[in-house]
Every structure is written in C-alpha cells, then in structure tokens.
Design a protein around this ligand. Structure first.
Ligand SMILES: Cc1ncc(COP(=O)(O)O)c(C=O)c1O
Length: 485
C-alpha cells in the first residue's frame, strides 16, 4: 500500500493504508494508563531493542507481591526461604510456558542477563581440536566472544557471510554445516538481528542437528516481539534478557537449555549453589546435577518475582499478536516513506540497511543520514539532534561489528591486518580510522508494544529536519571521542 509522506498524516489517512492498525487501538489506552510517563514527558521512545519498558501495572503487582511476604535466600527449610524457592520454580515454569518448552526436555537457568547465559555456554562447551564454532557474521559481541573460548581450546572458528540485504543465504549456512565436525561443535546465531531486525530462519536449527552440530540460538532481540515455539524448533541453548521483553527487572536473564545438551557441558569451576559437597582440605568437589550446577551463588530471588508478572502482562494485557500487527504497520510505513525523503537537489536524506520489505523481520530499522552532498553524517551529530527532538534512539554499531563491516564493505584483509598490528591504536576512533569506517556506525530505531503513529510522525519530522543539511568541516572535532563500539 502506498502512502505519501505528509507532515500531519491523520490517523484516518494512515488507517486507510494500514487498516489493521485500527484493530490494535486497545494499546493506545494501555499507553495512557500504564506508560503515561512517555507522553507526560514528551518522550519518543524508539529503543525497544535496547530495553523494553515496564508497565505501571507490573510494578504495582510486584510491589504487592514483595511487600506482603517475607522472602529469604532460597534452598533452606525456613518459611521465607521456601517461599523464594517456590517463586523461582514458578518463574522457571512461566518461562518454559512462554517459549512452549516441555519441562521434561528443557531447563531454565537464571543468569544476570543474556550475556551471562552466553558465557555459561562458551566457558563450558567441550571445545577441543577437531571441534568447530560456526558464527553468523550477524551476531552480538556477547556471542562473538565465545570464539575466545573455542580458540583457546584449539577449535576452528568460522563466520558465515551476509548478503548485502543483511540476510544470509541458506546455501552458505549449509556449506559450513555440511562439513561434519569430528568433535562437539556449536553453531550460534541470533533469531533476530539486534542491528537490522532480520529474523534468520529457525529451520537452520534442524539443518545443524542433522549435521551433528549443537545450536545456540540468541533470542535476546527476538523474544520481545516474536513467539519462540520450542515444540517446533529445538535449539540446544537459548539466551534471553527479561528486561528486553518486559522492561524490569534489569538484572535477570536466562539460559534455556535442553537437558541432554546441558549434560555435555563441563563447568570450569564450582561455586556456592553448584555443588552437593566439596572439601577445602581434600581439594575436591562433587558437582550438583544439571541444571543446578549452572546457577552460581545466590540467585536474584526477589527479581524473579517479576518474571511471571512480566510474562503474563505481555501475553495477556498487551496481546502479542496485536503488538506485532501494530509494529508491522508502523515499520512498513517507515520503510516506505524514509527512502522518499529527499534534499532539494533530489538526493536521499537517509540510507537504509537491511531488507526493505517486511518479510522475516522485526520492527527495527538501521540507517544513516546523508547530507546534501551524499556524505554520511556522523552518527553522534545525528544522535545529538535526536535528543533535542526528544527522541530516544541508538547510534553506533550496537555491539554487532559483523553487520557494520558488511554494510560499510570493509576490506577483510585490512581487518585482519589491524588485528595483528595494533600499535598506536587506543580509542574507538583510532580503530575506526584504521579499519576504514566512513563513520562510527549507524543509527537504529526499534518499535515496541506501545509505539504509535505519533511516535513515527515525530521521528519523520526529525528526519525532515536534515533536509539540505551540509556537514561543516571541523564540526566533528568538537564531539567527544567514541568510548565504545
Ligand atoms: C541479540 C542480542 N544478543 C545479546 C544481547 C546482550 O544482552 P544483555 O546486554 O542483556 O546481556 C543483546 C543486547 O542488546 C542483543 O540484542
């Protein structure tokens, strides 16, 4: 459906092009009641891949649960301790239900975040000579980091290239997976890219299993918007951060693992909570059975109270299908109007990365702004102006260097060379210049449950404010050095 971008596009005009949007009107009421601070503070929040937002209903339910009982450190006989043990069991069950996992087949291990879940797999996976680690080039640093464990133990690591539209060819994936490993090997990829929003095929899981690989599916960016069904697709390991799904608590994630696959991992150490017995003098320890041997120390037993509350909220109150419908309408609109935006000389105002259609993607759009001469505008300049417009978006490489290297077509030989000769390189800007990045990264917007047409129109106004912009020499020098990638 074609929509002409207009400054004051009315809801009626929008709904003529995207009638399904009208079926999601209950989300407007929820926005007022539960996320009122957004409009009270005139904030256009477009960073749901960075973090979801907690609703007032969730926080009230949490306050009630926590304030009306006494909660103790779990795993002992006292009432408060038993109560916490029970709350953790309840949170694990709610998580398994959320991803349609059979409790006989999968376990939930609480971690501090998705990164904690990924590190558990990395540090415990039996990498050895003959083993392989296959990584899609589109992976978060927290997945890429697993290669350090693999390399240290003599495994071969390989990355699978992306196409220019930031999807990967299944044939390229199969080419790697068909090289049957001679030792336990791992294929790791994101169900949804945190950079481009591309949802990579879940069918690759069965392909990998057929070739004898174990699969780590990073669902951190996928689970907030899409439903994972572990009856249908059965990765060995799944990583999640709860705050991305329902905003709060922020210090809690989990590893959802097949019991069978967990038994193949070897923990490199032991800690409080992971042993049945140990001896200080004798120098030995007897590990608890999986999954208990994977939860180090005291878990966030108060935070877990928020897990069933948050999961019920997103499933029942928000209605995930409605959220997806709304996000699809708004994303499709943006994909249509952003390329139409032009400077007076006819050149485009922005360049989009990733697929330009809605097939197999989440509501995330990565892009850069271009000045009137077609030069990329430094993403920090663009981010600063977004702040002035009351827009929360994200700038940089989003901890996903492989996609940045793909969109900017960086020379692989030069990237390898910089890795072997880093003398004099200290800051991110030093590295940026050395690897030949034209700018420090891209911009990213991501929509969420209570995004609405007004948010999208405000964002479009922000984009229009760049029309006929000319980058002035010296302006970038006034910006702070980049601290992180
Ligand atoms: C796809 C993906 N994986 C992993 C992570 C790491 O999540 P966390 O920082 O919560 O550990 C993120 C965070 O943005 C992500 O988007």
């Amino acid at each position: 459906m074609t929509v002409t971008p207009q400054e004051n596009l009315s809801l009626e005009a929008f709904a003529r092009a995207y009638p399904a949007y009208l079926e999601t009107r209950h989300l407007d009421r929820i926005r007022v009641d539960d996320f009122g601070q957004l409009d009270e503070q005139d904030l256009i929040y477009l960073d749901y891949t960075g973090s979801g937002l907690p609703s007032r209903t969730q926080l009230r339910a949490y306050e009630h649960a926590m304030g009306n009982a006494i909660w103790g450190n779990p795993h002992s006989a006292s009432g408060p301790s038993q109560r916490s043990t029970e709350a953790m069991r309840h949170a694990r069950e709610a998580t398994l239900r959320f991803v349609h996992a059979d409790p006989e087949e999968y376990s939930v291990i609480f971690t501090a975040n998705a990164t904690g879940a990924l590190r558990l797999v990395g540090e415990s996976f039996p990498f050895q000579p003959g083993a392989r680690l296959a990584l899609l080039r589109d992976n978060h640093n927290s997945v890429l980091g697993i290669r350090e464990y693999a390399r240290a133990r003599g495994a071969i690591t390989e990355t699978i290239a992306l196409r220019p539209d930031l999807r990967a060819d299944t044939s390229a994936v199969l080419e790697v997976l068909d090289r049957a490993p001679t030792a336990p090997s791992l294929f790791a990829y994101p169900a949804q890219s945190n950079f481009s929003g591309v949802q990579h095929p879940l069918e690759w899981i069965a392909d990998a299993h057929a070739g004898g690989w174990l699969v780590l599916l990073d669902a951190a960016a996928y689970a907030p918007i899409s439903d994972l069904d572990l009856r249908q697709h059965k990765p060995d390991f799944v990583s999640l951060s709860y705050y991305k799904i329902f905003g709060w608590p922020t210090g809690l994630g989990c590893l959802i693992a097949r019991t069978e696959a967990l038994a193949r991992l070897r923990r490199p150490w032991f800690a409080g909570g992971t042993v049945v017995a140990s001896s200080a003098l004798g120098g030995w320890h007897a590990s608890a059975e999986p999954p208990d041997n994977f939860e180090d120390g005291t878990p966030d037993f108060l935070g877990v109270l928020g897990v069933p509350i948050g999961l019920d909220y997103v499933r029942q109150t928000l209605d995930r299908e409605a959220v997806r419908t709304r996000a699809r309408c708004l994303t499709e609109y943006l994909l249509e109007v952003m390329p139409q935006l032009r400077h007076d000389n006819g050149r485009p105002v922005c360049t989009l990365y990733g697929p330009t259609d809605m097939r197999g993607r989440g509501p995330t759009i990565a892009f850069n702004l271009l000045d009137v001469d077609g030069t990329l505008i430094d993403e920090r300049v663009a981010e600063n102006r977004a702040v002035q417009h009351g827009i929360a978006l994200r700038a940089g490489c989003f901890c996903n260097p492989g996609v940045g290297e793909t969109i900017f077509e960086l020379d692989p030989a030069n990237l390898v060379r910089v890795g072997t000769d880093r003398a004099g390189l200290r800051t991110l800007d030093d590295y940026r210049r050395a690897i030949g990045l034209p700018t420090g990264g891209a911009l990213r917007i991501s929509l969420g449950p209570v995004s609405n047409l007004d948010d999208v129109l405000a964002f479009h106004r922000y984009l229009r404010s760049w029309r006929d912009y000319r980058s002035s020499a010296g302006r970038l020098d006034t910006l702070p050095d980049r601290q992180r990638c």
